[in-house]
Design a binder for this molecule. Sequence first.
Ligand SMILES: CC(C)(COP(=O)(O)OP(=O)(O)OC[C@H]1O[C@@H](n2cnc3c(N)ncnc32)[C@H](O)[C@@H]1OP(=O)(O)O)[C@@H](O)C(=O)NCCC(=O)NCCSC(=O)CCCC(=O)O
Ligand SMILES: Cc1cc2nc3c(=O)[nH]c(=O)nc-3n(C[C@H](O)[C@H](O)[C@H](O)COP(=O)(O)OP(=O)(O)OC[C@H]3O[C@@H](n4cnc5c(N)ncnc54)[C@H](O)[C@@H]3O)c2cc1C
Length: 667
Amino acid sequence: MSRWIQNGDNVDITKERKNATFNTERMSAWIHGGDEVLKRRREILDYVKSNPDFKDPIPVEFLSREERVSNGTRKIVKMTDNTDQIDGADFFGEGMYFQSLVMGRDLHPLSLHYIMFLPTLQGQTDDEQLDEWLPKAIARSIVGTYAQTELGHGTNLSKLETTATYDPSTQEFVLHSPTITAAKWWPGGLGKSSNHAIVVAQLYTKGQCKGPHPFIVQLRDLETHKPMKGVRLGDIGPKLGINGSDNGFLLFDKYRIPRKAMLMRYSKVQPDGTYIAPAHSKLGYGTMVFVRSIMIKDQATQLGAAATIATRYSAVRRQGEPVVGNGEIQILDYQTQQYRVFPQLARAFAFLFAAYEIRDLYLRLTEELTHGNTELLPEIHALSSGLKSVVSWDTAQGIEQCRLSCGGHGYSQASAFPEIYGYAVGGCTYEGENLVMLLQVARYLVKAAEETRKGTSNLAEICGYISKTGRRTSSLTSIANYTTDQIIEDLEHVARKQVFHAYDKLKKAQQHVKPEDAWNQSSVELAKASRWHVRLYLVKTFLKKVDKAPEDLKKVMIHVARLYAFDIISSSSGNFLEEGYMRPDQITEIKEGVYECLAKIRPVAVSLVDSWDYDDLELKSVLGKRDGNVYEALLQWAQNSQLNKSDVIPTFEKYLGPMMKDARSKL
Ligand SMILES: CC(C)(COP(=O)(O)OP(=O)(O)OC[C@H]1O[C@@H](n2cnc3c(N)ncnc32)[C@H](O)[C@@H]1OP(=O)(O)O)[C@@H](O)C(=O)NCCC(=O)NCCSC(=O)CCCC(=O)O
Ligand SMILES: Cc1cc2nc3c(=O)[nH]c(=O)nc-3n(C[C@H](O)[C@H](O)[C@H](O)COP(=O)(O)OP(=O)(O)OC[C@H]3O[C@@H](n4cnc5c(N)ncnc54)[C@H](O)[C@@H]3O)c2cc1C
């Protein structure tokens, strides 16, 4: 019997699980990277469940902001006391899973320490600096964050205002915030928790500005935790989500740090102030590339969770009686419900598989950089920026669709949707605002288009489609015979067409206006080209992964992968119809393909989401509970409300009581 079925479970959800046409365990292992990975997940889960230190006193939604920060700090200290429970080298896998189980979606005061401070030390320090700082950071004798964004600038790093001016007479840098807009703003854990930060500041030496560079800076006294003299900092207040994190602000008043505080793996300032430039001007942006790469998996996990909650709830929720007298049906049986939820599940899969690819590419980059080879950098910058944008955007929209699909209960924090959304949607902005990142991808695509037009193209595999000739019309005859190659060919056509459309528009504009205006006037089309480029990549990656799946899993997953592709095509049919590439009847075929996929997924939907292997502890959703007993759980969850501590709350005595009494006396 499936490990997901237990006595006392809701009958509808049990029936769904009994209908599975595949082995959920095998599917889980395939999704997560093999039996060993799955085994390790279970071991980590058991460990977390058995440790009382990781328990929340009540669901975190009922805690105040201060209580959330305090609870999160308590847990993260305990969690990091016990990192021997996981493979520390596998942050992408075991590390992220462990953190997700213990910390939930509230983030915590050490988030940036692990996600950016440590990786920056690893990636940007010279050997001497690494020896000095890394052991301290790993041991947690110091806590650090990554302070780059300012009140006035987040995107345009070249205009950051914090200055680091080299003083050769003392061999120190002087950090200064010359304006209010120079205040660092947003860094996680900066407000109250960190005592160190990587500070990105404009480097001045010998009277010249050398652009933004990273420095390691002590912000607070190691014993008293009071801000150092010349440092002003605090919390920036509540946000849409992640309120367990003390995102902060920071200002410097001519604060002196030693020369060796500048991270000198790539750029250097010698004692006399001579500046040595890096091998590639963007090497200093390495940590951002790293985070963009790993956040894809995080986003996929959030969307997968939302789809799991919506699917399970849709299996136990009965509403509407199409045949009067036959009883109400499961809302999962409505095609409209499937159309709302299943594409989100398909996206979550697509994003997860792309996350594995970008992880591997990033590892290759790290290896190459150790040999001084920066060739891969532009490609990975373009891919990670593009995936980050498309994935976080679709994830945010997808979570919202899942929430809506759960009706009123989706609006309650019991559903976990508000937490999931608040947490995930930050990804649209941090690590590079999504549209800005799409425009970075566009720079890469414009170069590929230019090469193709010049006939000199020797493009990287990822944009090889740009230089292909392609067909003038789609070869789709019927949806049943629509092969993977044909699907890819059709998407390639639209992506290529949009790339050249944007490129030609840009070139034409350049003949009439200044280059920056030409870029601006073409930027909506350029961003669209980037989106198509990324969608094509996602579809290819997904179909390729499913192609290689074992037969028993492939026969289910193929419908999910095709749904992902068909949904993209049918919801942008205009692009495919343009210039008669597709005929309306071909679009109709694809729409039918969507409905067929929905019908194929329907009977196995619950087992498919079970295969993601979310424990209730990780989902933290009353609606998405494994056992499906949601109504009892909702009633129980509401008991945590502070308002339920007494039958009559003081507000009644103060306001409502006198109001009604007064009104009664006048009747
Ligand atoms: C928008 C850009 C990319 C522009 O860079 P720029 O140097 O001002 O622009 P430019 O001189 O016009 O040069 C563009 C050129 O630089 C290249 N480039 C840009 N970034 C990279 C990279 N990482 N690797 C390799 N190459 C890179 C681009 O491809 C361009 O190349 P090209 O000129 O086309 O050949 C940059 O300013 C940027 O990345 N902005 C976004 C800032 C950001 O991501 N901040 C993150 C702060 S930390 C954070 O949010 C943590 C949250 C974590 C959490 O809470 O979990
Ligand atoms: C939850 C969260 C956590 C964060 N954590 C950190 C952290 O730990 N450390 C840190 O340093 N920062 C952090 N940040 C800051 C984050 O990296 C920035 O907010 C982000 O890079 C965007 O910059 P911005 O806020 O200045 O937006 P802006 O750049 O002002 O963007 C505003 C609008 O202008 C548009 N725009 C800007 N430039 C262009 C352009 N060139 N072309 C076209 N349109 C443009 C954008 O698309 C957007 O629509 C965090 C932010 C959030 C929300």
